[in-house]
Design a protein around this ligand. Structure first.
Ligand code: ATP
Ligand code: MG
Length: 445
């Protein structure tokens, strides 16, 4: 034990010196540049993909308005390196992923089990995943470890986790195409987080906007260390799978940039020849991921304030439509949602954020074009439109709710899906984790 500690101190000293010596991360393209590149990408396949994945046109909220985070803003990575598999990017010397001649790119994403999944989570995330699972190797997990970064209700956590998994399936995520699992069931997430933490300067975390905002809201004495360090867990979530693409909302772009910085830093500190000298394969330990941000992403706004995003953690349930809300609750929420006193209905009047939000929700769930919605609804009064919207919502959500009931009525089925998903995820995650242990000089088990 004593020897371990002194070795640890020594390693730590060397490591600290390396950290100080390590050059600051290279300047990364900012999100806007990334987006621009994607929008102007000349790759026909990526344009086709863009159209396929993102067939819904409207931008539900103002990106520049107050609280305009969370927008799934804009990028599909050109598919120019389709044949470059994650395993090719960073295989281990002793633990190679099975060879695959043309592995699809990998995509990871998740929802926190912090409450009821709502229309924003569905239109902004889960509904897009359904299209992504046909094009990529996908890993969709329930990020339960992230749900404890703020005070939470322990008995509710496992229920919300199961419910979120069942909602993924009910919305059309297919366990034969995507790996569906619970983050805490794949232990490598937490282990890699610790390894990455040692290479993450605290200043990088201090500048995270979400930390600043959430800690200000929670009050300093209620803020746990996890609120500061969870972006490192998010980096671990992504880097473990050698992910190529990460669908993120605008609220997460800063965390994705941090992930890229951490990946490059660890690659520089421990990868390449240094790793080879320790018996490893050399090369990069991590693939540096790219954001996958739809160009016209949904940002569903609150029903009680058209300038705030619909959110699980908003105190009033009246502010959101939960995917599992019964018919009468939907009727009631739409009846009472905030409107305005302008005549007629319109999308583009900046003084009418609620009007734009409700019309856009209607447009997306009916699959109509903006022009069709304008010609159908422009002369309606609020009473007529609210009935139309309510009917459309109920019609859209009813099959999802029916599938959800079927799924939860067979707990064994859900258990199997999660077990299988965690198994597949662990296989890949463990390869990355073992490589990192090796490259960082740990004694092999
Ligand atoms: P919380 O309030 O606990 O943060 P949330 O409603 O923001 O919950 P998350 O679990 O943080 O939900 O996010 C899951 C996914 O849903 C993310 O991809 C996020 O970008 C997306 N998302 C969340 N809210 C909206 C929204 N109002 N419109 C569109 N997408 C959203
Ligand atoms: Mg959120």
């Amino acid at each position: 034990m004593a020897r371990v500690s002194s070795r640890h101190r020594e390693t730590h000293g060397v490591h600290a010196r390396r950290l100080l010596a390590a050059s600051p991360p290279k300047t990364k393209p900012r999100s806007s540049q990334i987006r621009k590149r994607a929008e102007h990408g000349d790759d026909a396949m990526s344009r086709a993909l863009l159209a396929h994945v993102l067939h819904r046109p409207p931008l539900l909220g103002s990106r520049s308005g107050a609280g305009a985070r969370g927008l799934l803003a804009s990028r599909i990575h050109p598919l120019r390196r389709l044949n470059c598999s994650a395993a090719e990017a960073a295989p281990g010397p002793t633990e190679e992923a099975p060879a695959s001649p043309a592995r699809k790119k990998r995509v990871v994403s998740g929802v926190q089990p912090t409450g009821m999944v709502h229309l924003g989570n569905y239109l902004g995330a889960i509904k897009n995943w359904v299209a992504l699972q046909d094009l990529y190797e996908t890993f969709f997990f329930i990020v339960d470890l992230h749900a404890i970064t703020l005070p939470y209700d322990a008995p509710e956590l496992s229920k919300a986790t199961r419910s979120t998994a069942a909602i993924y399936l009910a919305c059309g995520i297919d366990s034969s195409k995507a790996s569906i699992f619970v983050q805490s069931h794949v232990r490598a997430h937490v282990e890699l987080m610790w390894l990455l933490s040692s290479s993450t300067p605290i200043g990088w975390l201090n500048r995270m906007i979400q930390f600043k905002e959430k800690s200000r809201k929670a009050g300093d004495e209620n803020v746990g260390v996890a609120l500061l360090t969870y972006p490192v867990l998010m980096a671990s979530d992504i880097l473990l799978y050698q992910s190529d693409l990460v669908p993120v909302g605008e609220d997460q772009t800063q965390h994705l940039e941090l992930t890229r910085e951490i990946a490059e830093r660890v690659n520089n500190l421990y990868g390449g020849r240094k790793w080879k000298k320790l018996g490893g394969k050399g090369g990069s330990l991590f693939k540096v991921p790219e954001a996958l941000i739809p160009p016209a992403g949904a940002r569903v706004m609150s029903l009680t304030d058209g300038l705030s995003k619909m959110s699980k953690s908003a105190p009033s349930d009246q502010s959101r439509i939960n995917l599992l809300d019964p018919k009468d609750v939907i009727v009631n929420k739409i009846k009472r949602c905030k409107t305005d006193s302008f005549p007629g209905l319109e999308f583009d009047n900046p003084e009418r954020p609620e009007c734009r939000n409700l019309l856009s929700i209607y447009q997306i769930i009916t699959g109509k074009s903006k022009e069709e919605v304008v010609s159908e609804c422009q002369d309606m009064n609020w009473g007529t439109f609210k009935t139309t919207l309510t009917d459309a919502l109920i019609e859209h959500l009813q099959p999802i709710q029916a599938r959800y009931e079927e799924i939860v009525s067979d707990p064994g089925y859900l258990d199997n899906v999660l077990l299988e998903g965690a198994g597949k995820a662990s296989e890949i995650a463990d390869i990355t984790l073992n490589n990192v242990y090796q490259a960082m000089g740990f004694l092999r088990r």
